[in-house]
Design a protein around this ligand. Structure first.
Ligand code: KIV
Ligand code: ZN
Length: 501
Protein backbone atom coordinates (compact mmCIF):
# COMPACT_ATOMS: atom_id res chain seq x y z
CA UNK A 1 0.00 0.00 0.00
CA UNK A 2 1.41 3.41 -0.93
CA UNK A 3 -0.16 5.20 2.01
CA UNK A 4 0.27 8.83 0.95
CA UNK A 5 -1.00 8.31 -2.57
CA UNK A 6 -4.10 6.31 -1.65
CA UNK A 7 -7.40 8.08 -2.22
CA UNK A 8 -10.03 6.88 0.23
CA UNK A 9 -13.60 6.74 -1.08
CA UNK A 10 -16.27 8.40 1.01
CA UNK A 11 -19.57 6.51 1.06
CA UNK A 12 -22.22 8.62 2.74
CA UNK A 13 -25.18 6.95 4.41
CA UNK A 14 -26.85 10.04 5.93
CA UNK A 15 -29.96 9.42 3.84
CA UNK A 16 -30.15 5.70 4.67
CA UNK A 17 -28.60 4.69 8.03
CA UNK A 18 -28.77 8.35 9.08
CA UNK A 19 -32.49 8.46 8.49
CA UNK A 20 -32.82 5.38 10.70
CA UNK A 21 -31.92 7.64 13.65
CA UNK A 22 -34.82 7.44 16.10
CA UNK A 23 -37.04 10.47 15.57
CA UNK A 24 -35.63 11.54 12.20
CA UNK A 25 -37.59 11.58 9.00
CA UNK A 26 -36.57 13.77 6.08
CA UNK A 27 -39.08 15.09 3.57
CA UNK A 28 -38.54 14.41 -0.11
CA UNK A 29 -37.32 17.96 -0.69
CA UNK A 30 -34.95 17.76 2.27
CA UNK A 31 -33.50 14.51 0.93
CA UNK A 32 -32.92 16.07 -2.47
CA UNK A 33 -31.24 19.08 -0.88
CA UNK A 34 -29.01 16.83 1.23
CA UNK A 35 -28.08 14.75 -1.82
CA UNK A 36 -27.13 17.87 -3.80
CA UNK A 37 -25.06 19.21 -0.92
CA UNK A 38 -23.31 15.87 -0.43
CA UNK A 39 -22.50 15.88 -4.13
CA UNK A 40 -21.15 19.43 -3.95
CA UNK A 41 -19.09 18.34 -0.94
CA UNK A 42 -17.48 15.67 -3.09
CA UNK A 43 -18.67 12.40 -1.56
CA UNK A 44 -18.08 9.48 -3.93
CA UNK A 45 -21.21 7.46 -3.16
CA UNK A 46 -24.56 8.52 -1.73
CA UNK A 47 -26.63 5.73 -0.19
CA UNK A 48 -30.02 7.25 -0.95
CA UNK A 49 -32.31 4.79 0.81
CA UNK A 50 -33.86 1.32 0.84
CA UNK A 51 -36.33 1.37 -2.09
CA UNK A 52 -38.24 -1.76 -1.00
CA UNK A 53 -39.41 -0.13 2.27
CA UNK A 54 -42.21 1.97 0.75
CA UNK A 55 -43.56 3.58 -2.37
CA UNK A 56 -42.43 6.99 -1.07
CA UNK A 57 -38.90 5.78 -0.32
CA UNK A 58 -38.64 4.31 -3.80
CA UNK A 59 -39.82 7.59 -5.36
CA UNK A 60 -37.25 9.62 -3.42
CA UNK A 61 -34.41 7.31 -4.44
CA UNK A 62 -35.61 7.61 -8.03
CA UNK A 63 -35.71 11.43 -7.78
CA UNK A 64 -32.19 11.50 -6.39
CA UNK A 65 -31.01 9.28 -9.24
CA UNK A 66 -32.61 11.75 -11.67
CA UNK A 67 -30.68 14.71 -10.19
CA UNK A 68 -27.73 13.95 -12.47
CA UNK A 69 -25.19 14.18 -9.65
CA UNK A 70 -21.53 13.29 -10.00
CA UNK A 71 -21.66 10.97 -6.98
CA UNK A 72 -22.74 7.38 -7.55
CA UNK A 73 -26.18 6.67 -6.11
CA UNK A 74 -26.59 3.48 -4.13
CA UNK A 75 -29.73 1.65 -2.96
CA UNK A 76 -29.84 -0.85 -0.10
CA UNK A 77 -31.39 -4.31 -0.46
CA UNK A 78 -31.67 -7.52 1.55
CA UNK A 79 -30.46 -10.61 -0.35
CA UNK A 80 -33.90 -10.92 -1.88
CA UNK A 81 -34.78 -10.52 -5.53
CA UNK A 82 -37.69 -8.17 -4.84
CA UNK A 83 -35.44 -5.78 -2.87
CA UNK A 84 -32.86 -5.79 -5.64
CA UNK A 85 -35.56 -5.25 -8.30
CA UNK A 86 -36.78 -2.17 -6.39
CA UNK A 87 -33.25 -0.72 -6.58
CA UNK A 88 -33.03 -1.60 -10.28
CA UNK A 89 -36.32 0.23 -10.91
CA UNK A 90 -34.94 3.41 -9.35
CA UNK A 91 -31.98 3.51 -11.72
CA UNK A 92 -29.30 3.48 -9.03
CA UNK A 93 -25.62 3.08 -9.97
CA UNK A 94 -24.86 0.58 -7.25
CA UNK A 95 -26.79 -1.97 -5.21
CA UNK A 96 -25.71 -2.69 -1.64
CA UNK A 97 -26.92 -6.12 -0.57
CA UNK A 98 -26.63 -7.33 3.00
CA UNK A 99 -27.34 -10.42 5.07
CA UNK A 100 -27.01 -11.11 8.79
CA UNK A 101 -23.97 -13.34 9.23
CA UNK A 102 -23.38 -13.61 13.00
CA UNK A 103 -24.86 -16.55 14.87
CA UNK A 104 -26.96 -14.34 17.13
CA UNK A 105 -28.54 -12.49 14.22
CA UNK A 106 -29.02 -15.57 12.04
CA UNK A 107 -30.67 -17.54 14.83
CA UNK A 108 -32.96 -14.79 16.01
CA UNK A 109 -33.82 -12.94 12.81
CA UNK A 110 -33.48 -14.77 9.48
CA UNK A 111 -33.21 -18.32 10.92
CA UNK A 112 -30.72 -19.12 8.15
CA UNK A 113 -27.81 -21.51 8.56
CA UNK A 114 -24.31 -20.45 7.53
CA UNK A 115 -24.65 -22.63 4.42
CA UNK A 116 -27.95 -21.00 3.46
CA UNK A 117 -26.47 -17.54 3.94
CA UNK A 118 -23.56 -18.41 1.67
CA UNK A 119 -25.77 -19.88 -1.02
CA UNK A 120 -28.20 -16.96 -1.06
CA UNK A 121 -25.35 -14.42 -0.94
CA UNK A 122 -23.80 -16.00 -4.02
CA UNK A 123 -27.11 -16.16 -5.89
CA UNK A 124 -28.04 -12.55 -5.14
CA UNK A 125 -24.60 -11.18 -5.96
CA UNK A 126 -24.96 -12.87 -9.33
CA UNK A 127 -28.48 -11.51 -9.61
CA UNK A 128 -27.22 -7.93 -9.20
CA UNK A 129 -24.32 -8.41 -11.58
CA UNK A 130 -26.48 -10.06 -14.25
CA UNK A 131 -28.62 -6.92 -14.24
CA UNK A 132 -25.53 -4.87 -14.95
CA UNK A 133 -25.17 -3.08 -11.61
CA UNK A 134 -22.23 -2.49 -9.34
CA UNK A 135 -22.60 -4.69 -6.29
CA UNK A 136 -21.53 -4.05 -2.71
CA UNK A 137 -21.86 -7.02 -0.37
CA UNK A 138 -22.21 -6.62 3.43
CA UNK A 139 -21.96 -9.41 6.00
CA UNK A 140 -24.11 -7.78 8.65
CA UNK A 141 -22.70 -7.94 12.18
CA UNK A 142 -19.35 -8.94 10.69
CA UNK A 143 -17.48 -8.09 13.88
CA UNK A 144 -19.46 -10.76 15.80
CA UNK A 145 -19.32 -13.36 13.03
CA UNK A 146 -17.20 -16.50 13.26
CA UNK A 147 -14.00 -15.48 11.41
CA UNK A 148 -13.63 -18.60 9.27
CA UNK A 149 -17.22 -18.35 8.07
CA UNK A 150 -16.91 -14.60 7.53
CA UNK A 151 -13.91 -15.00 5.24
CA UNK A 152 -15.64 -17.82 3.41
CA UNK A 153 -18.74 -15.67 2.95
CA UNK A 154 -16.77 -12.72 1.57
CA UNK A 155 -14.91 -15.02 -0.83
CA UNK A 156 -18.24 -16.42 -1.98
CA UNK A 157 -19.58 -12.92 -2.66
CA UNK A 158 -16.38 -12.11 -4.52
CA UNK A 159 -16.85 -15.22 -6.66
CA UNK A 160 -20.42 -14.11 -7.32
CA UNK A 161 -19.00 -10.90 -8.77
CA UNK A 162 -19.22 -8.42 -5.86
CA UNK A 163 -17.27 -5.26 -6.70
CA UNK A 164 -16.67 -4.27 -3.11
CA UNK A 165 -17.03 -5.98 0.27
CA UNK A 166 -18.33 -4.04 3.25
CA UNK A 167 -17.42 -4.89 6.84
CA UNK A 168 -20.14 -3.60 9.19
CA UNK A 169 -19.51 -3.24 12.90
CA UNK A 170 -23.28 -3.30 13.25
CA UNK A 171 -23.52 -2.96 17.01
CA UNK A 172 -20.34 -0.92 17.44
CA UNK A 173 -18.53 -3.44 19.62
CA UNK A 174 -15.16 -3.45 17.95
CA UNK A 175 -12.12 -1.47 19.00
CA UNK A 176 -9.27 -0.21 16.82
CA UNK A 177 -6.80 -3.07 17.45
CA UNK A 178 -9.40 -5.76 16.85
CA UNK A 179 -10.68 -3.92 13.78
CA UNK A 180 -7.17 -3.66 12.36
CA UNK A 181 -6.71 -7.44 12.78
CA UNK A 182 -10.10 -8.32 11.30
CA UNK A 183 -9.89 -6.09 8.24
CA UNK A 184 -6.29 -7.20 7.72
CA UNK A 185 -7.47 -10.85 7.56
CA UNK A 186 -10.20 -10.05 5.05
CA UNK A 187 -7.89 -7.80 3.01
CA UNK A 188 -5.40 -10.64 2.64
CA UNK A 189 -8.10 -13.17 1.72
CA UNK A 190 -9.81 -11.29 -1.14
CA UNK A 191 -8.84 -9.19 -4.13
CA UNK A 192 -11.72 -6.71 -4.34
CA UNK A 193 -11.71 -3.44 -2.37
CA UNK A 194 -12.97 -3.29 1.21
CA UNK A 195 -15.37 -0.79 2.71
CA UNK A 196 -15.90 -0.22 6.42
CA UNK A 197 -19.18 0.63 8.20
CA UNK A 198 -18.83 1.43 11.91
CA UNK A 199 -21.44 2.21 14.51
CA UNK A 200 -20.65 4.41 17.46
CA UNK A 201 -22.03 2.55 20.48
CA UNK A 202 -18.77 3.00 22.40
CA UNK A 203 -17.74 6.25 20.71
CA UNK A 204 -15.17 4.36 18.63
CA UNK A 205 -16.73 4.52 15.17
CA UNK A 206 -14.21 7.00 13.75
CA UNK A 207 -11.22 5.31 15.43
CA UNK A 208 -12.37 1.89 14.17
CA UNK A 209 -12.84 3.25 10.64
CA UNK A 210 -9.31 4.67 10.70
CA UNK A 211 -7.94 1.33 11.92
CA UNK A 212 -9.75 -0.41 9.06
CA UNK A 213 -8.18 1.99 6.58
CA UNK A 214 -4.75 1.29 8.09
CA UNK A 215 -5.44 -2.40 7.56
CA UNK A 216 -6.33 -1.92 3.90
CA UNK A 217 -9.93 -0.68 3.58
CA UNK A 218 -10.19 1.81 0.76
CA UNK A 219 -13.67 3.13 1.49
CA UNK A 220 -15.33 4.44 4.65
CA UNK A 221 -19.05 4.61 5.28
CA UNK A 222 -20.00 7.71 7.21
CA UNK A 223 -22.91 10.00 7.94
CA UNK A 224 -23.04 13.74 8.49
CA UNK A 225 -22.96 14.57 12.21
CA UNK A 226 -22.70 10.82 12.82
CA UNK A 227 -26.46 10.30 12.68
CA UNK A 228 -27.67 6.72 12.37
CA UNK A 229 -29.07 3.79 14.31
CA UNK A 230 -28.71 4.17 18.13
CA UNK A 231 -25.48 6.12 18.82
CA UNK A 232 -25.07 6.60 15.08
CA UNK A 233 -22.38 5.97 12.50
CA UNK A 234 -18.84 7.22 12.01
CA UNK A 235 -19.02 10.97 11.58
CA UNK A 236 -18.17 12.16 8.07
CA UNK A 237 -16.36 15.33 9.12
CA UNK A 238 -14.20 13.73 11.82
CA UNK A 239 -13.34 10.74 9.63
CA UNK A 240 -12.42 12.84 6.59
CA UNK A 241 -10.31 15.30 8.57
CA UNK A 242 -8.50 12.51 10.42
CA UNK A 243 -7.77 10.73 7.16
CA UNK A 244 -6.54 13.96 5.58
CA UNK A 245 -4.74 15.68 8.38
CA UNK A 246 -3.47 12.81 10.54
CA UNK A 247 -2.99 10.01 8.01
CA UNK A 248 -2.11 12.30 5.10
CA UNK A 249 -4.48 10.36 2.83
CA UNK A 250 -6.52 11.91 0.06
CA UNK A 251 -10.28 12.00 -0.30
CA UNK A 252 -12.36 13.83 -2.88
CA UNK A 253 -14.02 15.93 -0.18
CA UNK A 254 -13.89 19.71 -0.49
CA UNK A 255 -13.10 20.15 3.15
CA UNK A 256 -13.89 23.88 3.19
CA UNK A 257 -17.55 22.86 2.79
CA UNK A 258 -17.61 20.58 5.83
CA UNK A 259 -18.87 23.14 8.33
CA UNK A 260 -21.73 24.19 6.05
CA UNK A 261 -22.69 20.54 5.49
CA UNK A 262 -22.79 19.82 9.22
CA UNK A 263 -24.91 22.93 9.81
CA UNK A 264 -27.39 21.86 7.12
CA UNK A 265 -27.93 18.49 8.80
CA UNK A 266 -28.18 20.19 12.19
CA UNK A 267 -30.98 22.40 10.82
CA UNK A 268 -32.84 19.62 9.03
CA UNK A 269 -32.67 17.07 11.86
CA UNK A 270 -33.10 19.52 14.71
CA UNK A 271 -30.28 17.67 16.50
CA UNK A 272 -27.91 20.37 17.77
CA UNK A 273 -24.20 19.98 17.14
CA UNK A 274 -22.60 19.88 20.61
CA UNK A 275 -20.36 22.89 21.22
CA UNK A 276 -17.46 20.57 21.93
CA UNK A 277 -17.89 18.53 18.73
CA UNK A 278 -14.57 18.13 16.93
CA UNK A 279 -14.01 20.19 13.77
CA UNK A 280 -17.46 21.80 13.50
CA UNK A 281 -18.56 22.46 17.09
CA UNK A 282 -18.79 26.06 18.26
CA UNK A 283 -15.76 25.54 20.48
CA UNK A 284 -13.65 23.62 17.95
CA UNK A 285 -11.47 26.68 17.29
CA UNK A 286 -12.45 28.85 20.26
CA UNK A 287 -10.02 30.06 22.86
CA UNK A 288 -10.75 31.66 26.20
CA UNK A 289 -7.95 31.33 28.72
CA UNK A 290 -5.30 34.03 28.80
CA UNK A 291 -2.39 31.70 28.01
CA UNK A 292 -4.15 30.05 25.09
CA UNK A 293 -5.48 33.22 23.50
CA UNK A 294 -2.17 34.97 23.85
CA UNK A 295 -0.45 32.00 22.19
CA UNK A 296 -3.00 31.73 19.40
CA UNK A 297 -2.84 35.46 18.67
CA UNK A 298 0.93 35.15 18.20
CA UNK A 299 0.78 31.86 16.27
CA UNK A 300 -2.36 29.80 15.89
CA UNK A 301 -0.72 26.35 16.04
CA UNK A 302 0.56 27.00 19.58
CA UNK A 303 -2.83 25.84 20.83
CA UNK A 304 -4.44 24.30 17.74
CA UNK A 305 -3.44 21.17 15.80
CA UNK A 306 -2.03 23.27 12.95
CA UNK A 307 -2.49 20.40 10.49
CA UNK A 308 -6.17 21.37 10.60
CA UNK A 309 -7.18 25.04 10.57
CA UNK A 310 -10.64 26.61 10.74
CA UNK A 311 -10.22 27.84 7.15
CA UNK A 312 -9.65 24.26 5.94
CA UNK A 313 -13.08 23.20 7.17
CA UNK A 314 -15.04 26.40 6.57
CA UNK A 315 -15.22 27.24 10.28
CA UNK A 316 -13.72 30.24 12.06
CA UNK A 317 -11.43 30.90 14.96
CA UNK A 318 -12.92 32.74 17.90
CA UNK A 319 -11.44 34.40 20.88
CA UNK A 320 -14.11 33.86 23.50
CA UNK A 321 -14.37 36.10 26.49
CA UNK A 322 -15.14 34.78 29.94
CA UNK A 323 -13.75 34.37 33.39
CA UNK A 324 -10.38 33.12 32.06
CA UNK A 325 -9.92 35.99 29.63
CA UNK A 326 -6.61 37.80 29.62
CA UNK A 327 -6.00 41.38 28.59
CA UNK A 328 -4.33 40.44 25.29
CA UNK A 329 -7.56 39.09 23.85
CA UNK A 330 -9.59 42.07 25.00
CA UNK A 331 -7.01 44.47 23.62
CA UNK A 332 -6.87 42.62 20.31
CA UNK A 333 -10.62 42.47 19.85
CA UNK A 334 -10.99 46.15 20.64
CA UNK A 335 -8.11 47.17 18.41
CA UNK A 336 -9.76 45.30 15.53
CA UNK A 337 -12.60 47.82 15.65
CA UNK A 338 -10.31 50.77 16.31
CA UNK A 339 -10.82 51.10 20.07
CA UNK A 340 -7.71 51.67 22.16
CA UNK A 341 -8.53 51.84 25.86
CA UNK A 342 -6.07 53.26 28.35
CA UNK A 343 -4.42 50.87 30.83
CA UNK A 344 -6.99 51.76 33.48
CA UNK A 345 -9.90 51.41 31.10
CA UNK A 346 -8.60 48.05 29.90
CA UNK A 347 -8.42 46.82 33.47
CA UNK A 348 -11.97 47.99 34.17
CA UNK A 349 -13.26 46.32 30.98
CA UNK A 350 -11.44 43.10 31.86
CA UNK A 351 -12.83 43.13 35.38
CA UNK A 352 -16.38 43.46 34.11
CA UNK A 353 -15.90 40.70 31.53
CA UNK A 354 -14.51 38.32 34.15
CA UNK A 355 -17.41 39.18 36.44
CA UNK A 356 -19.88 38.36 33.69
CA UNK A 357 -18.02 35.16 32.75
CA UNK A 358 -17.88 34.03 36.38
CA UNK A 359 -21.66 34.30 36.53
CA UNK A 360 -21.74 31.59 33.86
CA UNK A 361 -22.57 33.84 30.93
CA UNK A 362 -20.98 33.38 27.53
CA UNK A 363 -19.61 36.84 26.83
CA UNK A 364 -20.12 37.82 23.21
CA UNK A 365 -18.25 40.38 21.13
CA UNK A 366 -21.27 42.65 21.30
CA UNK A 367 -21.17 42.43 25.08
CA UNK A 368 -17.50 43.41 25.01
CA UNK A 369 -17.99 46.35 22.70
CA UNK A 370 -20.90 47.70 24.74
CA UNK A 371 -18.97 47.33 28.00
CA UNK A 372 -15.95 49.02 26.43
CA UNK A 373 -18.03 51.91 25.13
CA UNK A 374 -19.50 52.44 28.55
CA UNK A 375 -16.20 52.16 30.38
CA UNK A 376 -14.35 54.34 27.88
CA UNK A 377 -17.17 56.86 27.84
CA UNK A 378 -17.22 57.07 31.59
CA UNK A 379 -15.23 59.57 33.52
CA UNK A 380 -12.32 58.06 35.45
CA UNK A 381 -13.32 56.97 38.93
CA UNK A 382 -11.54 59.77 40.77
CA UNK A 383 -13.32 62.39 38.65
CA UNK A 384 -16.76 61.03 39.35
CA UNK A 385 -19.16 63.35 41.11
CA UNK A 386 -21.63 60.60 41.86
CA UNK A 387 -20.60 57.09 42.73
CA UNK A 388 -22.97 54.26 43.60
CA UNK A 389 -22.07 52.31 46.73
CA UNK A 390 -25.05 50.05 47.42
CA UNK A 391 -28.37 49.30 45.84
CA UNK A 392 -31.05 46.86 46.82
CA UNK A 393 -34.54 46.46 45.46
CA UNK A 394 -37.52 44.49 46.65
CA UNK A 395 -40.31 43.52 44.36
CA UNK A 396 -43.01 40.89 44.09
CA UNK A 397 -46.71 40.34 43.38
CA UNK A 398 -47.75 41.46 46.87
CA UNK A 399 -45.13 44.16 47.37
CA UNK A 400 -44.80 47.75 46.30
CA UNK A 401 -41.43 47.83 44.55
CA UNK A 402 -38.99 49.61 46.82
CA UNK A 403 -35.35 50.59 46.29
CA UNK A 404 -32.80 51.54 48.95
CA UNK A 405 -29.64 53.14 47.75
CA UNK A 406 -26.39 54.50 49.13
CA UNK A 407 -24.19 56.77 46.99
CA UNK A 408 -21.34 59.20 47.41
CA UNK A 409 -22.16 62.58 45.90
CA UNK A 410 -19.34 65.16 45.89
CA UNK A 411 -17.58 63.16 48.58
CA UNK A 412 -20.62 62.98 50.85
CA UNK A 413 -22.34 59.69 51.61
CA UNK A 414 -26.12 59.91 51.06
CA UNK A 415 -28.92 57.35 51.31
CA UNK A 416 -32.45 57.15 49.98
CA UNK A 417 -35.35 54.70 49.89
CA UNK A 418 -38.10 55.13 47.34
CA UNK A 419 -41.13 53.24 46.10
CA UNK A 420 -41.98 53.04 42.42
CA UNK A 421 -44.23 51.46 39.84
CA UNK A 422 -41.59 48.84 39.26
CA UNK A 423 -38.05 48.11 40.50
CA UNK A 424 -36.41 50.30 37.82
CA UNK A 425 -38.74 53.21 38.60
CA UNK A 426 -38.06 52.87 42.34
CA UNK A 427 -34.27 52.73 41.83
CA UNK A 428 -34.25 55.73 39.51
CA UNK A 429 -36.36 57.73 41.95
CA UNK A 430 -33.93 56.90 44.73
CA UNK A 431 -30.83 57.96 42.77
CA UNK A 432 -32.59 61.12 41.57
CA UNK A 433 -33.48 62.00 45.16
CA UNK A 434 -29.91 61.48 46.38
CA UNK A 435 -28.47 63.58 43.58
CA UNK A 436 -31.19 66.25 43.80
CA UNK A 437 -30.35 66.82 47.46
CA UNK A 438 -26.68 67.59 46.72
CA UNK A 439 -26.66 69.29 43.36
CA UNK A 440 -28.22 72.61 42.55
CA UNK A 441 -30.84 72.77 39.85
CA UNK A 442 -33.28 70.13 38.65
CA UNK A 443 -31.93 67.05 36.96
CA UNK A 444 -34.62 65.54 34.76
CA UNK A 445 -34.79 62.10 33.18
CA UNK A 446 -35.94 62.82 29.63
CA UNK A 447 -35.37 59.64 27.76
CA UNK A 448 -35.16 56.00 28.82
CA UNK A 449 -34.65 52.92 26.64
CA UNK A 450 -33.78 49.29 27.42
CA UNK A 451 -32.24 46.94 24.90
CA UNK A 452 -31.09 43.35 25.27
CA UNK A 453 -27.68 43.04 23.65
CA UNK A 454 -27.81 39.31 23.19
CA UNK A 455 -30.69 36.84 23.29
CA UNK A 456 -31.63 34.72 26.28
CA UNK A 457 -32.80 35.43 29.81
CA UNK A 458 -29.18 35.97 30.87
CA UNK A 459 -28.60 38.62 28.19
CA UNK A 460 -26.84 41.83 29.01
CA UNK A 461 -29.22 44.76 29.29
CA UNK A 462 -28.21 48.03 27.77
CA UNK A 463 -30.01 51.08 29.11
CA UNK A 464 -29.77 54.40 27.34
CA UNK A 465 -30.91 57.51 29.16
CA UNK A 466 -31.23 61.15 28.22
CA UNK A 467 -30.76 63.44 31.24
CA UNK A 468 -31.38 67.21 31.26
CA UNK A 469 -30.16 69.96 33.54
CA UNK A 470 -31.27 73.43 32.58
CA UNK A 471 -30.79 73.72 28.84
CA UNK A 472 -28.16 70.97 28.65
CA UNK A 473 -28.92 67.37 27.86
CA UNK A 474 -26.61 64.35 27.71
CA UNK A 475 -27.19 60.78 26.70
CA UNK A 476 -25.38 57.98 28.52
CA UNK A 477 -25.53 54.22 28.73
CA UNK A 478 -25.32 51.48 31.31
CA UNK A 479 -24.64 47.83 30.51
CA UNK A 480 -25.26 45.12 33.09
CA UNK A 481 -26.90 41.73 33.36
CA UNK A 482 -29.32 43.33 35.76
CA UNK A 483 -31.75 45.86 34.28
CA UNK A 484 -32.05 47.85 37.52
CA UNK A 485 -28.27 48.13 37.85
CA UNK A 486 -27.91 49.08 34.17
CA UNK A 487 -30.57 51.81 34.60
CA UNK A 488 -28.93 53.33 37.66
CA UNK A 489 -25.50 53.09 36.04
CA UNK A 490 -26.75 54.88 32.92
CA UNK A 491 -28.32 57.63 35.01
CA UNK A 492 -25.17 58.13 37.09
CA UNK A 493 -22.99 58.16 33.95
CA UNK A 494 -25.22 60.87 32.50
CA UNK A 495 -25.11 63.00 35.64
CA UNK A 496 -21.33 62.67 35.89
CA UNK A 497 -20.99 63.81 32.33
CA UNK A 498 -23.42 66.68 32.80
CA UNK A 499 -21.58 67.92 35.86
CA UNK A 500 -18.16 67.69 34.17
CA UNK A 501 -18.99 69.96 31.31
O1 KIV B 1 -25.04 -1.50 10.47
C1 KIV B 1 -25.20 -2.30 9.54
O2 KIV B 1 -24.86 -3.47 9.60
C2 KIV B 1 -25.85 -1.79 8.33
C3 KIV B 1 -25.84 -2.69 7.15
C4 KIV B 1 -27.07 -2.57 6.34
C5 KIV B 1 -24.62 -2.44 6.35
O3 KIV B 1 -26.28 -0.65 8.30
ZN1 ZN C 1 -25.47 0.54 9.95
Amino acid sequence: MHEKTRTIEIFDTTLRDGEQTPGISFTTEQKRTIARQLDALGVDIIEAGTPITSKEEKEVVQLICDEGLSAKICGLARILAQDIDACVDCGVDMIHIFVPSSEIQREHTTKMSEAQVKEQAYKMTRYVKERGFMCMFSAMDATRTRLEFLIDLYKTAEEGGADILNVPDTVGISEPFAMYELVGEIYRAVKVPISIHCHNDFGLAVANSLAAVKAGASEVQVSVNGIGERAGNADLVETVMSLNAIYGLKTNIKTERLFEMAKLIERLTGIPIPVTKPVVGDNAFSHESGIHTHGVIVRSDTFEPGIMTPEMVGHRRRIVLGKHTGKHSVEKKLSEIGMSPSKEELEEILERIKELGASGKRVTDDDLFSIAEVVMGEIARHERIVELKELSVMTGNNLIPTASLKAVVRGKECTSAQMGLGPVDAALKAIQQVIGGEIDGDIELKDFRIEAITGGSDALAEVIVGVKKGDRMVTARGVREDIVMASVEAFINAVNRLMQR
